[in-house]
Design a protein around this ligand. Structure first.
Ligand code: CTP
Length: 401
């Protein structure tokens, strides 16, 4: 089998320079990459760069090498098309099926997964025309990653930056791995909580837990790669925002509840992967708690935090909304898991064993997914993404058509 064929479409934006890094990552990881810049992209990075980095000739128009019918062949032969940066203009052309250069022709002839990584000024990204074009492309199964937030071309900052090449590369790798399989979460909205809440005692101290957030991020990345619109509610992970995902940063259980409930209002599925503190200090000391000679250690009174998983399971924001919980157990893992599934009222519960041997923060995981219909799906030891994909398989099977 030859190398997977990737078409890298490059739009005319300042972020075109970042696409060089994406091209290099793709070729170095064994992909045969054909760069198809638009004529405006060549104002930012010249044809010689794309040709040298890809090892292929580069043209922007359909009139070069006409005997090879490139406007049809390049798209037909591709295993993946990724457009980075995708300008507002390119998104509009793709959404409306316009084909006035080699890249837009390629987008019409491609039958493989297509990834768009938009980059533009915030106003353009937020314009209703762009919003509708993005929605159209997603509905048809394209993966449109959310732009990153940060410094834009000039002194301004906001949403619209091209995500880092490494992030876009990850989305491409996943889309390629899934191959021609339709993005089964296209058009779906999902909410994922990740990380561990911290409950402040005073300005410098908190009660926390060891959750790394890696499983929640794996769920977010895989859902985005399967076409979902993802909101990730993140608590204290320190992990960079993944491409293609709206991230809400929170600290405490109460903040996490508020953010999850808000995002869940129009979500098809909610996955609670965060480790939420069951208790928080009853009182917050506005000044640092000091030790005093002759005074015993202070007592800390705890109060219960709301159980978010039980709440969203009991009051589904939409009919057919699928709710998934996680449970870390040290013993009687399956029996405790089955009991917890019933108590929380969720549809699926991912149960894994934790203990001294099984450390938090690992790259790999092993679990059993319990379902409210009684089925149990064991997931062997492996990358957290494999577990994430199994969770989405089970969620997708439960979503109403
Ligand atoms: N969870 C939640 N809100 C809480 C506590 C937990 O939504 N206040 C969610 C977690 O995100 C996870 C699931 O519930 O999906 C399992 O949490 P766990 O703490 O194991 O369940 P508990 O009911 O607290 O069970 P126990 O402490 O008895 O193990």
């Amino acid at each position: 089998m030859g190398k997977p064929k990737v078409v890298l479409g490059v739009g005319g934006g300042i972020a075109a320079y970042k696409a060089c890094e994406l091209l290099r990552r793709l070729t170095e990881s064994g992909h045969d990459v054909r760069a198809v810049p638009t004529a405006s992209a060549l104002h930012f990075v010249g044809a010689a760069t794309w040709s040298a980095l890809s090892g292929h000739p580069v043209s922007t128009e359909v009139w070069d090498d006409v005997h090879e019918v490139p406007h049809v062949r390049i798209g037909q032969q591709a295993d993946l098309v990724v457009v980075a940066p995708a300008t507002a203009d390119l998104l509009a052309k793709a959404a409306h099926g316009l084909a006035d250069d080699l890249l837009t022709n390629t987008l019409l002839t491609a039958r493989c997964p297509v990834v768009f990584a938009p980059a533009m000024h915030t106003e353009m990204w937020e314009h209703p025309a762009t919003r509708e074009n993005v929605a159209t492309l997603r509905r048809r199964g394209a993966i449109v990653v959310e732009p990153a937030v940060g410094r834009l071309t000039g002194v301004d900052t906001g949403k619209g930056r091209l995500p880092e090449a490494a992030e876009i590369f990850e989305v491409c790798r996943r889309a390629l791995a899934r191959g021609a399989a339709a993005p089964d979460l296209a058009g779906r909205r999902v909410v994922i909580s990740a990380g561990g809440t911290r409950e402040p005692l005073d300005p410098v101290r908190y009660l926390g837990n060891r959750s790394s957030g890696k499983q929640g991020y794996a769920l977010a990345r895989t859902a985005a790669a399967r076409g979902a619109r993802v909101t990730l509610v993140e608590a204290n992970t320190g992990i960079p925002d993944p491409a293609g995902v709206d991230v809400v940063h929170v600290g405490t259980a109460v903040q996490l509840r508020e953010a999850v409930l808000k995002a869940a209002a129009d979500a098809d599925a909610v996955v609670m992967a965060a480790a939420v503190a069951d208790f928080r200090p009853a009182a917050y000391a506005p000044g640092k708690i000091k030790k005093r000679d002759g005074v015993e250690a202070p007592e800390i009174t705890l109060v219960r935090n709301p159980d978010i998983l039980a709440e969203i399971s009991a009051e589904r924001a939409r009919p057919g909304q699928v709710v998934v919980g996680f449970a870390a157990e040290t013993d009687e893992v399956l029996a405790n898991g089955r009991d917890k599934l019933r108590r929380k009222g969720c549809d699926l519960l991912v149960v894994n064993e934790v203990g001294e041997r099984r450390t938090f923060g690992a790259e790999e995981n092993e679990a059993v997914v319990l379902s409210s219909d009684g089925t149990e799906t064991p997931v062997p030891h492996g990358p957290k993404e494999a577990l994430a994909d199994t969770v989405w398989d089970l969620v997708a099977a439960r979503l109403p058509a």
